[in-house]
Design a protein around this ligand. Structure first.
Ligand code: WT7
Length: 656
């Protein structure tokens, strides 16, 4: 298993202090500076964030109240007026950054494009005017289902500019998953492309949109705006579908940014939870803008001369916060890449680093482990000397992968910033500040200034150093989710009631297990709920189970994570069949394909095991712990006395 075990992290004693050269030029230059910021923020969080909001962002109107905390509902910068598109674009135009590269795009079959701040501002303003022309108004929701092309970022910023909320749906999700999200958000417009490039093939995005909208599937959607990318020929429905290039040609580039209330909805992003239906995580404008801005500035030490590349897709929170909003708010140059490393082009990432002289590179442990497998000859054959900082996110990084990243990609000179955070947190929560924090392989180190994190038991009591417990956050922060879209009760239940509040002290429950060492460093162990992490993508086991039982052959399904060397975990499904069906290799393939159709390729089970019965307790609850043991090929451990029918276990062991 490649994820860190308790034993391996307790043995991990290596520590890597920042080099003097790095520290001297960094925004935060020493551990003392970090500690000072941290202490200030802890002593007076409202003053800390208000001072930064004043210094770092443009406001049309200042707030009346920094924070309004009616647990578990927080508001930040109440009464303030702001526009994140203005902060990402307009304010840079009156400076030398006007003609600086804002977005560098490397497309898949060799295309590329660079947009300066002035050019990006122009395109965003035009698209915002097109949205208005298509009837989108402040407060409406817009679905974005796009490949990794500049227009994905342009569409997000265009929404923000006119005060419409976006809901970006990852282009790898199926038409079913897209439909569910469009319905839940009641989207009025969908922005998509004819197709996108994914590992040498075209993903037919527009065709998927057509499927979602067929038979009045998402009745609130009035229009579809289509960007031409792959030119493979698609159906356009008259009156509903419009080509972006046609409407852009007649669109004015004058569209002043709408002053938004700091707490106005900026976006909804769906993420998996412990129940079948993904939840719409709600982020608002002012606090999110400040939080993504500050975290990128200090944790990635972004400088004006940097070319910064985050390899995530804009369909995930990492793309929202750290390809689009954080970098552009800082006036940085952000790079967007349409491709993905694959057998036919194992060196493509390193070609991009060399071609653009990338200075800051941010990726996921699963990618790093895939690179290790592909062999270090690929990075070694490229000039990676421009790199000065490396980042990682999405899952715990095993120390071996960390050391490889450090040595082969970082040339032993680049600090590694391991950022722990979530869709819900908006931005980095536990992370080194690279000029200040000595790093330890496998640890996300210490909380960002202003973040009061701890490891506690289920009563909310802090556990001793190096004891396992639950990762919690004790004070609201500007980038936190505000609610679950349309479901405040689910928000309360999921995040604030696992650990019952005591004396008015509410703890944000992250759903991760962790431990804190004697230096106050956090070691995140992984999810403690029914969420699994496949190649850095979050999946609810119930979500996959619902997809499986929607197949006529399936009577019952139980899904667990199975350790995988590269992906961290993969989906392993135990399935019992309806009487008239019998187990076959063909049915296995059919079920896998069914999950792809219902959710998307990221949820495709790596393994399906047919079984006659599930191990259940006397009260009928499936004992997933036993299934996890079986999936990972371990002996069934722990107490099995509650198991109703013990013969089930033997049958499962022998199961195919
Ligand atoms: C879950 C959140 C935040 C962007 C990517 C994923 C896991 C994330 C780390 C890390 C250990 C990590 C956690 C978390 N996770 N970063 N540096 N070390 N685990 O966002 O899809 O909302 O998933 O990813 O389990 O809860 P997400």
């Amino acid at each position: 298993m490649s994820e860190p075990t308790i034993e391996s992290i307790l043995q991990e004693k290596r520590s890597f202090p920042p080099s003097l050269e790095f520290s001297q030029k960094a925004h935060v230059k020493s551990l003392e500076d970090y500690q000072q910021l941290y202490d200030q923020a802890q002593a007076n969080p409202q003053k800390f964030w208000a001072d930064l909001a004043q210094q770092e962002l443009h406001w049309f109107q200042k707030w009346d109240q920094v924070m309004d905390w009616q647990p578990p509902f927080a508001k930040w910068f109440v009464g303030g007026k702001i526009n994140i598109s203005y902060n990402c674009l307009d304010r840079h135009l009156t400076t030398w950054r006007r003609n600086k590269a804002a977005l560098i795009w490397e497309g898949e079959p060799g295309d590329s494009r660079t947009l300066t701040y002035a050019q990006l501002h122009r395109e965003v303003s035009q698209m915002a005017n097109v949205f208005k022309q298509l009837g989108v108004q402040k407060g409406d929701r817009v679905g974005i289902y796009m490949p990794m092309i500049p227009e994905a970022a342009i569409a997000m910023l265009a929404c923000a500019r006119i005060g419409a909320a976006h809901t970006v749906v990852f282009g790898g999700f199926s038409s079913e998953a897209l439909k569910d999200r469009l319905v839940d958000a009641a989207a009025k417009l969908v922005v998509t492309a004819d197709g996108g490039w994914r590992k040498d093939a075209i993903v037919p995005l527009k065709e998927q949109v057509d499927k979602s909208l067929a038979n009045n599937g998402a009745p609130t959607v009035e229009n579809v705006l289509v960007v031409e990318r792959t030119k493979q020929g698609i159906q356009m429905e008259p009156g509903r579908d419009h080509w972006w290039h046609d409407l852009q040609a007649g669109a004015s580039a004058d569209c002043p940014a709408e002053p938004m209330d700091a707490e106005d909805l900026l976006f909804i992003l769906y993420t998996s939870g412990t129940t079948g239906k993904p939840k719409g995580v709600v982020h608002t404008t002012g606090g999110y803008n400040l939080y993504t801005h500050m975290t990128l500035k200090w944790a990635f030490d972004i400088q004006d001369t940097d070319v910064y590349w985050c390899t995530a897709d804009v369909g995930w929170i990492t793309g929202h916060s750290y390809i689009v909003y954080g970098p552009l708010s800082n006036g940085a140059t952000t790079l967007m890449y349409e491709g993905a490393p694959r057998a036919s082009n194992p060196g493509c990432f390193w070609d991009v680093v060399e071609k653009y002289g990338v200075n800051i590179f941010y990726t996921a442990p699963t990618a790093i482990r895939a690179f290790i497998k592909m062999g270090e000859e690929h990075p070694n054959a490229r000039n990676l000397s421009s790199l000065r900082l490396l980042g990682t996110v999405g899952e715990p990084i095993n120390p071996e992968a960390w050391m490889w990243y450090h040595r082969v990609i970082g040339g032993e000179r680049c600090p590694i910033v391991d950022t722990w955070w979530q869709t819900e947190t908006g931005g980095f929560m536990i992370t080194p500040l690279p000029g200040a924090t000595p790093t330890k392989p496998g640890s996300a180190t210490r909380p960002f200034p202003g973040i009061i994190a701890d490891v506690v038991d289920l009563e909310g009591n802090p556990v001793a150093d190096n004891q396992g417990g639950y990762l919690v956050v004790k004070h609201p922060w500007p980038g936190m989710l505000r609610t679950v879209y349309g479901n405040p009760e689910r928000f309360r239940r999921t995040y604030w009631e696992h650990i019952p509040p005591k004396d008015g002290q509410y703890l944000y429950f992250a759903g991760d297990g962790a431990r804190k060492d004697e230096d106050g460093y956090f070691w995140v162990m992984g999810r403690v709920d029914d969420v699994i992490n496949v190649a850095g993508h979050r999946l609810g086991t119930m979500e996959v189970e619902s997809a499986l039982v929607s197949h006529p052959a399936v009577a019952e399904a139980a899904v667990v994570g199975k350790p995988d060397e590269v992906k961290g975990e993969e989906v392993c499904a135990f399935v019992t069949l309806e009487g008239s069906y019998s187990a076959s290799e063909e049915l296995k393939q059919d079920l896998k394909q069914h999950v792809v159709k219902e959710i998307g390729a990221i949820a495709r089970p790596g393994e399906i095991r047919f079984t006659e019965a599930m191990p259940k307790t006397r009260s009928g609850k499936i004992m997933r712990r036993l299934l996890r043991n079986l999936a990972s090929g371990q002996e069934v451990a722990g107490d099995t006395s509650t198991l109703e029918d013990r013969s089930v276990l033997d049958k499962l062991r022998g199961g195919s």
